[in-house]
Structures are given as structure tokens and as C-alpha cells.
Design a protein around this ligand. Structure first.
Ligand code: F6P
Length: 547
């Protein structure tokens, strides 16, 4: 694989962008629109049913040209080709990165280590479909002969956030007779709350874990098993009430789940890129195999767009380059993502793992320090709720906050004027953020002088607006793939490994060391720092006093 590895800052386009950023920083979006009245229609791109308006960004045609040159210099094209060809671009784990194979249509060929993986993907999809149908029709019975009514997914991180997000997003397409619940946190309240009103005889647990070693998931799975045993009192019940989704068949077997009830995936699927693998079993059960297929087709359409479209019309490339522009050149620390769709209320949480676990890195593929900042902090809430909360900071605070607005032309719940009101708000917010309100305008409106500074909205807050017809399984797939590939683009420019997550390990290891220090009867010898030691001792004392 030929990947250009010149340190980012030495690239010609990088240096040109740094100079250019100095000029743009001083230019207001009001000026950019006055000087270029047509930019609202021109700085836009459309593909696979998504319309991306990026005209309200602090960019000119020159900026976009320089960012596109940076993409070329950074070898983005080669990186994309390498990913789709199954090359081992996750260098620190020596793995290919092939979530795109999860949605490759039957008949396509993607070869890893001499083997076409697409038939394996479809074999699992077919088994998932057969299981989902059996469950949905009541043919799959629980241990006491009653059909399953409740499905509880136990998983965390990539084995939870995608399924939860998809469940909320696609409720409209889901079988209303099924109750879906999700348990992720090792806090016992999560499990307790999820099952408090469920009948064990009608409940199926999907234990979802790529590694099948994750502390939270394994603890919750054991608790679920006890909960089931307490009610049904027969080990054989596990076979009818537990299935596993994992890459680790040995660990699944050891847990006591028959591997006939296991749905596999592969080490070339990253956890945060796995909602369309067998990790999506709960989604398939809820919406049915046909709609799950539509979701995969939506993903695939965006994959093809990303793979083939010229960069200047390539939605994920443009979005990724804009994210780099703000992080690396304009000093923005965050990107707010605001879906104007209540169904997408968990989308920002899903994106947080996708973007920040992928690109929260500080060294290049070669292990050298990255120049400047990498991933922005992604965050967000659905509109219009956020407007009555943190939007104030965006309108009048001191920070630069680029935003992504996601809006829909049609509602899945068309009630009265709601959709027009919702959409009026999203358009108004993007307009207010960009253009603000000047002191002159306020004075003309008769606002007294003393109040003017308090009411000025500086504006110049950049945003993208993604406008879509209506939410559907296929649109959800397209949207997720859009962000996956935007994240990929950013990682390629920064020349980092977007597919490992070594940083997560340290805290996990430290927790394993602390567990016995909390649980052992005898007072432990503590060798942490003085803060951690004090906290452990205080916890032990306080807990003992209340026992
Ligand atoms: O928290 C880190 C992480 O490794 C994520 O990358 C992953 O999605 C999550 O834990 C869960 O891992 P697993 O699916 O192996 O239980």
C-alpha cells in the first residue's frame, strides 16, 4: 500500500491553508454572502438522497480548493482504495477495515487473505434473518413454550450505541408487539430498570460483544442469567433465552451459550462500525429482515458515492475536510450535531463514539506526534430542545462552534403544523448563527443604547445543513455511512490510525486492579496516588457503615 506519510504541516496545501486561515478568520459570513450572493446555491452537493448545504461555512472557493488539494496530497484517494480493497490499514492492530463489506450486495467480491468475505457476510445475514423471522412470528418459543415478547440487548460501546440509536430512529418501522430494551452500564440500575416489568419466560437476551470479555457486558450477562434461572430454575432455559453476537466463539461457549445460537462477525469490523453487522440483530428483529436489507442498501449507496464521486462533489469528503478546517486551522474545539428529528435523538451519542474513539489520537501512523489538534469533540441534542438550552452559548458565547443541522422535509408523524414549525426553526437557527444581529439593526429597532451590547448576536457561527426527504431504514444507513466516511477522511488527512482504541485500555486495566481493593474483606495495602487511596478508603468505610 502506498500511503503518503509526509508530516501534515510540511504539505504545501497545509501551509497554504494556514496562510489562508489568517485571512478568513477576519472575514464575517455576512461579508462572504454579500461578496458572493450565489454561494447559497453553489456551495452545496447532493447524493443518495442527501442535500448538503455547506455555504454557511467560513470558506471561499479558494478554501475548498486548498482543502481538496490537501486531500490529494495526503493520499486520501489511495487510502479509500486501500480500505475498499481490504488492505490492512488498521496498522497498530494489523487488520483490514472492512465495514463496507457488511453491506456489499451478494455477488460482490472483497478478498481478505485470499478469501472473498462477502459470501460469509451474507451467510450470517441469512441466519440472522431466519432467527428474526422465527422470533417475530412466534415460531421461536421460550423454555416454557411461550413466544418471546421482549428482547434485551446487552452490550456496550459499539455493541450498544448503534443498536440503541437505530431502535429509536426506526421505531416507526418496528413491530409494535415486541418490547426492546438495552442494557449497557455496569451500574446495576441499568439492568434493574430494563427488566423490572418483563416476564423472564417471554424474554430473550442478546449478549453482544465483539470480544466477549468486556467487564460490563459479561457482568450484565451473568446477572441476566441469574435473573432467568431464579424464575425458570432450569439450566436448559439458557438455550432458548440467550443468543450471542461475537467474534469469540470460545468465550461464547464458555459462557454456556450454544454456538448454534451465535451470530458471528470478524476482526475487520471495528466495534463502532458494527451496527450493520450481527450487532444489528436487535435492529433486524425489530424492523424485520427486509427493512434491515433496505438499511444496508442505504449504507452501500453512500459507500459507492464515497468510493467513486469526485472529491469536490463527495459529501463525506467535503464534510471531513470541513471538520479538519475547523480543528486544524481555525481552532474550533467542538462540532455540535443537531438532528431536527426526535427519532434521531440518540444520533449524537452514537457519533461521539464513532468520531472520538476513531480520531481522538495524538500520533501519526508512524508514531510521530500529530501537528495540532485531531478530532473535534462531537456532541449534540435534537432540535428544537437544544434551542432552549445551550444554543445561547452558540449565539452569544465566546467560542467558535461549527454545527451540523440534520433536517427532514416530511415527518413520520405528520400532525398538524408540527413539521413546518420544526423546519422553520432549523432554518432560522442556521440563519441566526451565521448572520447574527448587529448593533445597528438593534438601534434601528429602538433598543436603548445600554441594552444593545447585551442583545448583539455576533453571528459568524458556521454550519452545514443536511436536508433529507424523510427518515427511513435506508436513509438511516446513508446518514451513518456519511459520518463514517467523514471520520475516515479526517483520519486520512491527519495520517492517524482511526481504527484502534488503545487509550481505552488503561482505565479498564486500572479498574481490574481496584475491584479486589474494594471487595476484599481484609483492608487492602494500597499503592495508588494519595487521591485514589483516600477515595478507596472512604468508599470502604462509608459502605461498611451502612451495611
Ligand atoms: O470501550 C472500548 C471498546 O473496546 C469499544 O471500542 C467497543 O465498541 C466496546 O469497548 C465494546 O467492546 P465489545 O464489543 O468487545 O464488548
Amino acid at each position: 500500500m502506498t500511503v503518503k506519510t509526509a508530516p501534515g504541516t510540511k504539505r504545501q496545501a497545509w501551509q497554504a491553508l494556514q496562510d489562508h486561515a489568517g485571512r478568513i478568520r477576519a472575514t464575517h459570513l455576512r461579508t462572504l454572502f454579500e461578496d458572493d450572493p450565489e454561494r447559497g446555491g453553489r456551495l452545496a452537493a447532493e447524493a443518495v438522497g442527501l442535500y448538503l448545504d455547506y455555504s454557511k461555512h467560513r470558506v471561499t472557493d479558494e478554501t475548498i480548493g486548498l482543502l481538496l488539494a490537501l486531500a490529494e496530497e495526503a493520499g486520501l484517494r489511495e487510502r479509500i482504495d486501500a480500505m475498499f480493497a481490504g488492505k490492512r490499514i488498521n496498522v497498530t492492530e494489523d487488520r483490514p477495515v472492512l465495514h463496507v463489506a457488511l453491506r456489499a450486495p451478494r455477488g460482490q467480491s472483497i478478498v481478505v487473505d485470499g478469501e472473498n468475505v462477502v459470501p460469509k457476510v451474507h451467510e450470517v445475514l441469512d441466519r440472522m434473518a431466519a432467527f428474526a423471522r422465527a422470533l417475530r412470528t412466534g415460531a421461536w418459543k421460550g423454555h416454557t413454550g411461550r413466544p418471546i415478547k421482549n428482547v434485551v440487548n446487552i452490550g456496550i460501546g459499539g455493541s450498544d450505541l448503534g443498536p440503541v440509536m437505530a431502535h429509536e430512529a426506526l421505531r416507526h418501522f418496528s413491530d409494535p408487539r415486541l418490547v426492546l430494551r438495552f442494557v449497557s452500564n455496569v451500574d446495576g440500575s441499568d439492568f434493574a430498570l430494563a427488566v423490572h416489568d418483563l416476564d423472564p419466560a417471554e424474554t430473550l437476551f442478546i449478549v453482544s460483544s465483539k470480544t466477549f470479555t468486556t467487564l460490563e457486558t459479561m457482568t450484565n450477562a451473568q446477572t441476566a442469567r441469574r435473573w432467568l434461572m431464579d424464575a425458570l430454575g432450569d439450566e436448559r432455559a439458557v438455550a432458548r433465552h440467550f443468543v450471542a453476537v461475537s467474534t469469540n466463539a470460545d468465550a461464547v461457549r464458555k459462557f454456556g451459550i450454544d454456538t448454534a445460537n451465535m451470530f458471528g462477525f470478524w476482526d475487520w469490523v471495528g466495534g463502532r462500525y458494527s451496527m450493520d453487522s450481527a450487532i444489528g440483530l436487535s435492529t433486524m428483529i425489530a424492523i424485520g429482515p427486509e427493512r434491515f436489507g433496505e438499511m444496508l442498501a442505504g449504507f452501500h449507496a453512500m459507500d459507492e458515492h464515497f468510493r467513486t464521486a469526485p472529491f469536490d462533489r463527495n459529501l463525506p469528503v467535503l464534510m471531513g475536510l470541513l471538520a479538519v478546517w475547523y480543528s486544524s486551522f481555525l481552532g474550533a474545539e467542538t462540532i455540535g450535531v443537531f438532528p431536527y428529528s426526535h427519532a434521531l435523538r440518540r444520533f449524537p451519542a452514537y457519533l461521539q463514539q464513532l468520531a472520538m474513539e476513531s480520531n481522538g489520537k495524538r500520533v501519526t501512523l508512524e508514531g510521530a506526534a500529530v501537528a495540532g489538534d485531531t478530532s473535534a469533540i462531537y456532541w449534540g441534542e435534537p432540535g428544537t430542545n437544544g434551542q432552549h438550552s445551550f444554543y445561547q452559548l452558540i449565539h452569544q458565547g465566546t467560542r467558535l462552534v461549527p454545527c451540523d443541522f440534520i433536517a427532514f422535509c416530511r415527518s413520520l408523524d405528520p400532525i398538524g403544523r408540527h413539521q413546518d414549525l420544526l423546519t422553520a426553526n432549523v432554518f432560522a437557527q442556521a440563519e441566526a448563527m451565521a448572520f447574527g444581529k448587529t448593533a445597528e439593526q438593534l438601534r434601528e429597532e429602538g433598543v436603548p443604547d445600554w441594552l444593545v451590547p447585551h442583545r448583539v448576536c455576533e453571528g459568524n457561527q458556521p454550519s452545514s445543513t443536511i436536508l433529507v426527504d424523510a427518515l427511513s431504514p435506508s436513509v438511516l444507513g446513508t446518514l451513518v455511512a456519511l459520518y463514517e466516511h467523514s471520520v475516515f477522511t479526517q483520519g486520512a488527512i491527519w495520517n492517524i490510525d482511526s481504527f484502534d482504541q488503545w487509550g481505552v485500555e488503561l482505565g479498564k486495566k486500572l479498574a481490574v486492579r481496584i475491584i479486589p481493593e474494594l471487595e476484599d474483606e481484609a483492608e487492602p495495602k494500597l499503592a495508588h496516588d494519595s487521591s485514589t487511596n483516600t477515595l478507596i478508603r472512604r468508599y470502604r468505610r462509608q459502605r461498611a457503615a451502612k451495611r
